[in-house]
Design a protein around this ligand. Structure first.
Ligand code: 5RP
Length: 222
């Protein structure tokens, strides 16, 4: 099976977690896009969705799914999103698609986080994928120095030769070289650096369920 077929399989499996009559939180990325396309097939069963990025909101709108402002939603049962890496405890690295801050915010309002990913994303130790950190633009250099002091090699994410700007008007530092043995502690430590908006470690609030696409079928971790 191709990687896209594995992503599609987990997207389809995640439909089982959608609660009829409720609002669902929806993540960002290629796996989340497959999920949105599946969600469209049952859209009459849900009230609508909260999007974790402008791209996800556009795709939901294109399918005729109502998109709610998070400020109008007090709670939602489920948030479904992909990941760049996930470990057996459900801790994740996210933000390859630069939507980490909104993803973390929407996930924080959901009672359950369902992570959908192809099996290659399952790792023993997080950190091979460069850790995204969203930063206030004026602070990118001083935050980069603080991240280097933690042992990482931060690089400003570029697009067309210029710093890439997130949906929040901020920049992303991708940090290589971190072997993340205590993701909960590192998440708190990086979030504490002045100038950091959000670190792409999702460990304090990790996934409750992981659905991983493999050649042998969809494997579940919880
Ligand atoms: C976006 C994310 C994505 O969930 C992550 O990058 C995985 O993307 P994909 O499903 O395309 O592999 O965190 O900010």
């Amino acid at each position: 099976m191709t990687q896209d077929e594995l992503k599609q399989a987990v997207a389809r499996a995640a439909i089982e977690y959608v609660i009829d009559g409720e609002i669902i939180g929806v993540g960002t990325g290629s796996t989340a896009n497959f999920f949105i396309d599946e969600l469209a097939t049952i859209k009459s069963r849900i009230r609508g969705a909260v999007a974790s990025s402008e791209a996800t909101a556009s795709r939901l709108h294109a399918h005729g799914i109502s998109v709610y402002d998070l400020n109008d939603v007090a709670s939602m049962p489920v948030y479904i999103d992909g990941a760049d890496e996930i470990n057996a405890q459900g801790a994740m690295i996210k933000g390859g698609g630069a939507a980490l801050t909104r993803e973390k915010i929407v996930a924080s309002v959901a009672r359950k986080f369902i992570c959908i990913a192809d099996g290659s994303k399952l790792v023993e130790t997080l950190g091979k994928f460069p850790l995204p950190v969203e930063v206030i633009p004026m602070a990118h250099a001083c935050v980069a120095r603080a991240l280097a002091a933690l042992g990482g090699q931060p690089e400003l994410r570029l697009k067309d030769g210029k710093p890439m700007t997130t949906d929040n008007g901020c920049f992303i530092l991708d940090v290589k070289g971190l072997r993340i043995t205590d993701p909960v502690a590192l998440e708190a430590q990086i979030n504490n650096i002045v100038g950091v908006v959000t670190v792409g470690l999702f460990a304090q609030r990790g996934a409750d369920v992981g659905l991983l696409g493999t050649e042998e079928g969809v494997k579940k971790i919880e």
